[in-house]
Design a protein around this ligand. Structure first.
Ligand SMILES: [Zn+2]
Length: 109
């Protein structure tokens, strides 16, 4: 997916919070591949942000956005992290099983 060509097509036409026009939305690409794209969009007028996820396949292009409370740099950091794998899950299980921490204390954080 060529981001430059698709960028304006998949970004909301206006801010979902304050209705500012598209030209007042700042768009930062977070990740992209041949058939997927993730953008962080910030309204420069009201400072609210959303993540826009775009997937393209044989049927067409699917786009959805979610309001977020992270800035573009934070979003980039989150998406740059490696995915959780089986070893990570086993490590957490062993850590919790060792009883060094109460799961209720973690949930309250
Ligand atoms: Zn706005």
């Amino acid at each position: 997916m060529e981001f430059e060509n698709k960028q304006r097509q998949v970004v909301p036409q206006k801010c979902p919070v304050c209705n500012a026009k598209q030209k007042e939305l700042s768009m930062i690409p977070i990740g992209q591949s041949e058939d997927r794209m993730i953008m962080h969009v910030t309204c420069v007028k009201c400072d609210n942000a959303l993540m826009v996820f775009v997937t393209q396949n044989d049927i067409g292009t699917m786009t959805f956005g979610v309001m977020v409370d992270v800035h573009s740099a934070e979003a980039q950091t989150i998406f740059d992290q490696k995915p959780v794998n089986d070893d990570d899950v086993i490590s957490v299980h062993r850590y919790l099983q060792a009883g060094e921490v109460n799961i209720q204390d973690i949930v309250r954080l």
